[in-house]
Design a protein around this ligand. Structure first.
Ligand code: NDP
Ligand code: OXD
Length: 314
């Protein structure tokens, strides 16, 4: 019985080798039309798979996303009715928290200004608000948002988060549901987006939403940070607000279309930091262990972990 590797933008041969090592009793096959008998396929390990994959493989026992995000699968019209398992991995979570903390501090500590000053050999200090006077709000308080919120709270920031369901996290104020979004935004100086891309979050962060952020904060203007998914934001609105100064800064790791087009105005918008979807580069060995352990546990009769709810799409 077979595990199919259907990973675009990754080295499929390396992934097949990793899985063969961990699952010696399984046939591991790299996706290719005609390479497998559909009825033999038990599992699919997928990242942005070609449409043809699920035209052929109609009834696997489970589909593993090679990433924490599953929007690349949930958007497929022909996705089989099998459980979709997403990545939840401490290494990935730690890397995301590092990136979020780095970006928050970079804006909080005026690092872009000092960078520009260094280029001009200019020695000049600027006013430094204490972390306790800066309000950081996280859109999404799941695996990644929750961990980043705890780290930011430990650094002394005033932290809150918005999610569908209410949360109890020490040092973090929880806002839940659409009806609490405006109150959350009004109390946020630095907005961190760690939402999944679903039908409910598409284009959520637009000019109208960003204009509801606190205007009276210690940083002198709101800042927007996104490492969730690009399709949850309206890039033209962000670029416009950075240009006119109604957004003081931004850090963007994800975009609706990746790689970001060279002609995008975001590349040289004032106060904008761009990273190429690397906020949480994952350790392939840790991810391979995770998938192999899940398959072994499932075959021993235990339930799969971190299964996506098809009703919410994350
Ligand atoms: P989780 O599923 O653990 O958390 C998602 C959070 O978003 C939850 O708190 C959830 O609320 C909230 N949420 C979802 N929909 C809504 C909504 N409509 N209204 C309010 N809150 C909502 O996901 P992770 O934290 O593990 O990952 C988040 C995303 O990060 C991934 O989906 C992926 O897109 C992205 N990612 C990006 C990476 C990168 O390198 N840039 C790397 C890894 C992931 P509730 O808790 O109530 O369910
Ligand atoms: C993602 C990931 O979902 O890298 O972006 O895990």
């Amino acid at each position: 019985m077979t595990l199919v590797i259907a990973v675009r933008n990754f080295d499929a041969e390396e992934w097949a080798e990793r899985m063969r090592k961990r699952l010696p009793g399984k046939e591991v096959v790299i996706w290719q039309e005609g390479a497998v008998l559909p009825e033999d396929v038990e599992y699919v390990l997928a990242w942005k798979p070609e449409e043809a994959v699920f035209e052929t493989i109609k009834a696997p026992k489970a589909i593993f996303s090679l990433g924490a995000g599953v929007d690349h699968l949930m958007k497929l019209d022909n996705l089989p009715e099998a459980p979709v398992v997403r990545i939840v991995d401490p290494d990935l979570t730690a890397r995301m928290t590092e990136w979020v903390v780095l970006q928050v501090l970079l804006h909080h500590r005026s690092h872009l200004t000092y960078d520009a000053q260094q280029a001009d050999r200019l020695w000049k200090g600027h006013r430094q608000p204490a972390a306790k006077h800066v309000r950081v709000g996280l859109l999404g308080l799941g695996e990644l948002g929750g961990d980043a919120a705890r780290a930011l709270s430990r650094l002394g920031f005033k932290v809150s988060g918005w999610s569908r369901r209410s949360k109890v996290i020490e040092g973090v104020k929880s806002y839940a549901g659409d009806e609490r979004l405006d109150a959350f935004l009004a109390n946020t100086d630095i907005l961190v987006n760690l939402l999944p891309h679903t039908t409910a979050t598409t284009g959520l962060v637009d000019g109208e939403l960003l204009s509801k952020l606190a205007q009276d904060g210690a940083l002198g203007g709101p800042v927007y940070i996104n490492a969730g998914r690009g399709a949850t934001q309206v890039e033209a609105d962000i670029a416009k607000m950075l240009q006119e100064g109604t957004l003081k800064g931004a850090s963007l790791d994800v975009f609706a279309d990746e790689p970001l087009a060279t002609e995008s105005p975001l590349w040289d918008a004032p106060g904008c930091v761009i990273t190429p979807h690397v906020a949480a580069e994952s350790d392939p060995e840790a991810l391979s262990d995770y998938v192999a352990e899940q398959i072994k546990a499932f075959e021993a009769g235990r339930p799969l972990q971190n299964v996506v709810d098809p009703r919410t799409g994350y």
